[in-house]
Ligand binder design. Structure first.
Ligand code: MV4
Length: 497
């Protein structure tokens, strides 16, 4: 067993604070690093020790791996928790941490490397017979050969950059005629964007859902899954709403996906917390997309349905402990939904709306969790992701979670910046969310005209009544008549019988 008495959290904001809270519960001392822009942030005050690491830009602060390691040596730190983003999936940083004799609370550099590139990830998992979208798992070097394969799998196809991610480096090709030109553009774009021109092709899955499986693996060969999360409501590949479990996936398919995810972890000798992402089509066929070798933003929804603290599990694994539970000990209890509170304007294509939080009061109530890193009166720094908080609602079932999240959004008081709250409330009450038929095109299909948020607000009490009748089976108010279909946004409302 390894001793971990002091941990440096190499991150900022809500996740730094969240990690420190769990470390404190374990009796572990905490060290914060902060940039000049975060000097007054709550996570800095919460830590036992805090070190100014540099100027606000990430590459002058939170990405300074060597400086972080030297601070660890100076302060006699035993381990580093990277959170998500920044250096959390930087294999060369992890190697330097290991070489310094400091524990990295996360997977091995080798696992990070194998899963960090889409082609090596596909080649690594291939041996485990993991379902993958029809396509290639080698770099395309011969365009004619690639065109032949594309014709075999059938258009439309996607050309993907192996070093791409988060939707970057993907091109749709509708027919054979445009294949050659698109292939050339894809390679040059991959070289300029990622410094790596390797591309491959896949059949395009038209209306996919994004379903991901949380896994935990220790250093003794034990790997379990903590069920699924659905993260299909995204805008520009940024998740906005996440829930656990998915309301679409059947128990039988969930078990199969869980086993597949554990095999993906085994294929790269994974240890730590990780997430395996899948695409799912309307027939519940699922296809391996990629593996994220870090704790994810949306991990709280999994914590709420399993009762586990994933940060504590990460620390125990890093200390060399065996998992204290087997797969059969784990079960889904209730339902959790997370709304990401971004300082962005949904009516202006979700562009950041940075400013000062002149009012900031968080909601309370049964099953409500708010992971945030700011306080009233604080400026939202322009240098980082504009996420203010994660608002999570837990219920005994999905209906209760939707209603609790809706009410919590109503009670959240934020002024001084525009936020995504109204969009989240609209989304979780949209019929296609309620009946779980939504997919990754939700914003394109149901939020084409952001002015729906104005009308939606006018109908607030009526929508609440609709939810009440549809979701918890109460007798509808006989006089309830809701505005006819809003054709542009397919916001269907009907007379309740
Ligand atoms: C796909 C796909 C359809 N077919 N691959 C987007 C980000 C990257 N992780 C992979 N992505 C996709 N890959 C095939 N063969 C559709 C997407 C996709 C998507 C996937 C998950 C969540 C949101 C998405 C939004 C747009 C496109």
């Amino acid at each position: 067993m390894k001793q971990i008495n002091k941990v440096l959290v190499a991150n900022r904001g809500e996740i730094a604070l969240r990690i420190m809270r769990s470390l404190k519960e374990m009796g572990i001392k905490t060290v914060a690093i902060f940039s000049e822009a975060d000097r007054k942030a709550p996570f800095v005050r919460y830590a036992d020790e805090a070190v100014l690491i540099g100027q606000p830009p990430s590459n002058q602060s939170y990405l300074l791996g060597d400086k972080i390691i030297s601070i660890c040596k100076e302060l006699n730190v035993d381990a580093i928790h990277p959170g998500y983003g920044f250096l959390s999936e930087n294999a060369s940083f992890v190697e330097k941490v290991d070489e310094s004799g400091i524990i990295f609370i996360g997977p091995s550099p080798k696992s990070i490397e194998l899963m960090g590139d889409k082609l090596t990830a596909k080649q690594t998992v291939k041996a485990y017979d993991i379902p993958m979208v029809p396509g290639t798992d080698e770099e395309i070097t011969d365009i004619e050969e690639a065109k032949k394969i594309a014709n075999e799998i059938g258009f439309p196809i996607l050309i993907k950059a192996s070093a791409g991610g988060g939707g970057k480096g993907m091109r749709i090709v509708e027919n054979p005629e445009e294949f050659e030109d698109q292939m050339k553009r894809a390679v040059s774009e991959a070289i300029s964007s990622f410094g790596n021109g390797a591309v491959f092709i896949e059949k395009y899955v038209g209306s996919p859902k994004h379903i991901e499986i949380q896994i935990l693996a220790d250093t003794h060969g034990n790997t379990v899954h903590l069920f699924d999360r659905e993260c299909s409501i995204q805008r520009r590949h940024q998740k906005v709403i996440e829930e656990a479990p998915s309301a679409f996936v059947t128990d039988e398919v969930r078990a199969k996906m869980g086993e597949a995810a554990c095999d993906v972890a085994r294929s790269c000798n994974y240890y730590g917390a990780g997430t395996v992402e899948f695409l799912m089509d309307e027939h519940q066929n699922f296809y391996f997309l990629e593996m994220n070798t870090r704790l994810q933003v949306e991990h709280p929804v999994t914590e709420m349905i399993t009762g586990l603290d994933l940060v504590k599990e990460q620390v125990k694994i890093a200390r060399g402990e065996e998992l204290s539970f087997k797969q059969e000990d784990l079960s889904i209890n209730g339902h959790a939904i997370e709304a990401r509170v971004y300082a962005e304007d949904p009516k202006n294509n979700f562009l950041p709306d940075i400013g000062k939080l002149s009012t900031y009061k968080i909601p309370r109530g049964q099953g409500i969790r708010v992971d945030d890193g700011l306080e009233e009166g604080m400026e939202i720094p322009i240098y980082y992701d504009p996420m203010i908080a994660k608002l999570v609602a837990y219920g005994k079932d999905r209906s209760e979670a939707i209603i609790r999240l809706t009410q919590a959004i109503d009670e959240y008081e934020i002024t001084g910046v525009k936020t995504t709250m109204d969009f989240c409330k609209y989304a979780i009450n949209h019929p296609s969310f309620v009946d779980a038929s939504f997919d990754t095109h939700f914003v394109k299909h149901h939020f084409a005209d952001p002015s729906i948020l104005d009308q939606y607000n006018d109908n607030e009490e009526l929508i609440a009544a609709l939810i009440a009748t549809k979701l918890i089976g109460k007798k509808a108010p006989s006089t309830l008549k809701i505005q006819e279909t809003n054709s542009k946004n397919n916001w269907k409302t009907n007379r309740i019988k």
